[in-house]
Ligand binder design. Structure first.
Ligand code: CUA
Length: 238
C-alpha cells in the first residue's frame, strides 16, 4: 500500500530524469555564479579599457565553452527522450479514454508477450468507468476531496505496461505526477507511452487540460497491486 500521499513511484526511467534534472541545475548554478562574479569584477574594477580593440582568444573561448555546455545538456536529454517513448515488451496494455467528464479505462493482456501465469492466459479485456466520488461519501470516509473516485483503476505493480491515451470528445490530459506521466488525450488520436510503477501504491492524478465546466472534477486514481492479485481480481470479474 501507499506510505503517504504523494509517493514517488516511477520505474527506472524516473531515476534518470531526476539525475538529469540535478545535472541541469548544477550547470545552471555554475553559469549563474560565474556570470555574477564577472559582473561584480567589471563593476568594481578600476581599469578602463579605452584603447581595447579585440582579444581573439577570449572570443574564441566564450563561444566554444557555452557551445560545449549546450551539447553536454543536449546529449543526455536526447537519451531520456528516446527512452520516454520506448515501450519495450509490455505484458499489459492499458487504455485511458477521456470523456466529458470522467475517465474510461480498459485493460488488455498483450497477446504478443508471454503471460505471468497460466490463469492470466484466459483473460482478454475489461473496461470500467471512473467518476469522481460523491463528496459526502468522500468526507465520511476521510478520503481526498475532489481526488477520490467511485471506481479505482487497478493495475499490476512492477510490470512493464503500455498506456494508450485518447479522448472521445474534447481535449483532456491524463496526468499522474507521481508516475512522471502527463499526456494529452486527443480525440481521433492515440498517444502511446510506456508505464511502470516501481512499487505497490495508490496514485492520484487529475485531468490537466481545460475541457469544460467539470474539468476539475474528473480525477484519476490508479491502485497498483502485485500482479498475482491483479490476475486473481481480473478472474473474479470475468
Ligand atoms: Cu478533462 Cu479537463
Amino acid at each position: 500500500g501507499s506510505r503517504y500521499f504523494g509517493d514517488i513511484v516511477h520505474g527506472e526511467l524516473g531515476k534518470d530524469l531526476f539525475r538529469y534534472h540535478g545535472f541541469v541545475m548544477m550547470v545552471a548554478v555554475a553559469v549563474l555564479v560565474f556570470v555574477m562574479y564577472m559582473g561584480c569584477v567589471i563593476l568594481f574594477t578600476k581599469f578602463s579599457y579605452r584603447h581595447f580593440l579585440n582579444r581573439q582568444r577570449l572570443e574564441f573561448w566564450w563561444t566554444i565553452v557555452p557551445m560545449l555546455m549546450l551539447v553536454g545538456l543536449w546529449f543526455p536529454s536526447m537519451i531520456n527522450l528516446y527512452y520516454m517513448e520506448e515501450v519495450k515488451r509490455p505484458r499489459w496494455n492499458f487504455k485511458a479514454i477521456g470523456k466529458q467528464w470522467y475517465w474510461s479505462y480498459e485493460f488488455c493482456r498483450n497477446l504478443d508477450t508471454p503471460s505471468s501465469s497460466e490463469s492470466a492466459e484466459s483473460i482478454s479485456c475489461y473496461t470500467i468507468d471512473s467518476y469522481m466520488e460523491d463528496q459526502q461519501e468522500t468526507f465520511s470516509k476521510g478520503g481526498y476531496r475532489l481526488l477520490d473516485v467511485d471506481n479505482r483503476m487497478v493495475a499490476p505493480a512492477d510490470v512493464q505496461m503500455t498506456a494508450f491515451v485518447s479522448s472521445s470528445d474534447v481535449l483532456h490530459s491524463f496526468a499522474l505526477p507521481k508516475l512522471l506521466i502527463k499526456v494529452d488525450a486527443i480525440p481521433g488520436r492515440i498517444n502511446r507511452l510506456p508505464m511502470k510503477a516501481s512499487q505497490c501504491s495508490i496514485i492520484y492524478g487529475q485531468c490537466s487540460e481545460i475541457c469544460g465546466v467539470n474539468h476539475s472534477f474528473m480525477p484519476i486514481v490508479i491502485e497498483f497491486i502485485p500482479e498475482k492479485y491483479f490476475v486473481m481480481w481480473l478472474e473474479a470479474l470475468n
